[in-house]
Ligand binder design. Structure first.
Ligand code: UD1
Length: 367
């Protein structure tokens, strides 16, 4: 059967790739890769495709940037056309970006059986665009593939019937396992004159952190102070690079010795993370990857849709004014080996394929 896989923005590519490869290997499925073009820079897209051994997409919408409505609407119009001309047996949408919600709405209105991979996560913060995308996608999708028990509980509490939910685990760890044998050879830290185990990584891109000077300036001050404790390398998301420049904050980071570098592709970035002492971020995926690798993570957010990374993993939520104290504590703490959440094991894509088979055997419809 034909399976449409929607990929839009950087974190989606790591969720789609293992499923693409598992469907191809299964033999009885034909994965059709569809890129919405929400991310389009080479280092935000093409290079990551190459790192994950993904072929060029079968369809490319090229929607690009725009307001939320423009981006969402652009994807809806483009996907309606693609799905009408090349109707799949299944549509799989991943994560929580605008393209995910757009394709879920379009696909379900065309009565295409629709699956949400990474379902059930909730920050309970409706000021986040991603939370609205998650809510909308989960209420529409026929099948919900969840990464963790908290996600199952969230869906149950929202009244979603249990037979629509399958816990498959965290597919990002499949991608990590896919590239892991190649990581040592990449040696990204050495290439940047950083000593393995003796530097931190910073990434920021949430509008709530970077879009206003009032939020970004105290974060920059905290990072400048943190950089006196250990070298910090800061791959800059385009949104963040633009704001640091516009608010005149870039110099403050440079003077403190923070290494500002362009966004990294997946392979060099994971090589850098694997050898880091600590990660400071507002990303969702990094909270999970650090938990998996046992690296302390300080998350600059008021909430997280991934609480298992705190309960079972290495993550903690911090505010700008508490960042340096948390950094000091994390660096001097004994590196306790935290447990990996169940089904974060590199086998998630196989469970997804099995679940599709099982559901197809029942006639594609949730019982
Ligand atoms: C999007 C997702 C977010 C995800 C993030 C990962 C939504 C609502 N947001 O946010 O959930 O965590 O991707 O990166 O879907 N830009 C480039 N080159 C690119 C892509 C973007 O220069 O390849 C620029 C855009 O022009 C824009 C800015 O970066 O000015 C932000 O891009 P946008 O796609 O609006 O959202 P993200 O912040 O990347």
């Amino acid at each position: 059967s034909r399976v449409h896989l929607i990929a839009a923005a950087r974190p989606n590519f790591m969720k789609v790739a293992p499923l693409y490869h598992a469907l191809t290997a299964a033999g009885d499925f034909t994965p059709v890769l569809i890129h919405t073009g929400q991310h389009y820079d080479a280092n935000m897209s093409d290079d990551i495709f190459r790192d994950l051994s993904l072929p060029a997409p079968d369809h490319h919408m090229g929607v690009g940037s725009g307001s939320h409505a423009e981006q969402t609407a652009g994807v809806m119009v483009a996907y309606e056309k693609i799905a009408s001309e090349d109707r799949p047996d299944w549509l799989v949408v991943v994560g929580d970006v605008n393209s995910t919600a757009a394709c879920a709405l379009t696909g379900t209105k065309l009565h295409i059986p629709t699956v949400h991979l990474e379902a059930g996560l909730r920050s309970r913060d409706r000021a986040m665009p991603e939370e609205l995308n998650r809510l909308m996608t989960d209420v529409l999708a026929d099948v919900l593939w969840t990464p963790s028990p908290d996600a199952d509980a969230n869906l149950a509490a929202e009244g979603i019937p249990a037979d629509r939910i399958t816990r498959v685990g965290n597919i990002m760890m499949d991608s990590l396992e896919l590239i892991r044998p190649r990581l040592d050879a990449v040696a990204a830290a050495a290439g940047m004159d950083l000593r393995p185990g003796h530097y931190g990584i910073v990434t920021l891109h949430r509008p709530s952190n970077v879009d206003t000077e009032a939020m970004l300036s105290p974060i920059v001050d905290a990072l400048a102070e943190a950089a006196q404790r250990l070298p910090l390398v800061f791959p800059q998301h385009p949104r963040t690079a633009a704001r640091l420049e516009a608010f005149g904050l870039k110099g403050r980071l440079e003077r403190a010795g923070v290494r500002l570098v362009p966004p990294q592709s997946y392979l060099p970035f994971m090589s850098l993370m694997k050898d880091s002492a600590i990660v400071i971020t507002d990303s969702g995926g990094l909270q999970e990857e650090t938990t998996y690798l046992g690296i302390p993570c300080l998350t600059l957010r008021d909430n997280t849709e991934r609480p298992i990374t705190i309960d079972e993993g290495t993550n903690q939520l911090v505010k700008a004014d508490g960042l340096v104290a948390a950094l000091d504590a994390a660096l001097s703490a004994d590196r306790t080996t935290r447990s990996k959440p169940e089904f974060w094991d590199g086998e998630t894509a196989l469970r997804c394929v099995e679940d599709l088979r099982r559901r197809a055997g029942r006639g594609n419809e949730p019982a």
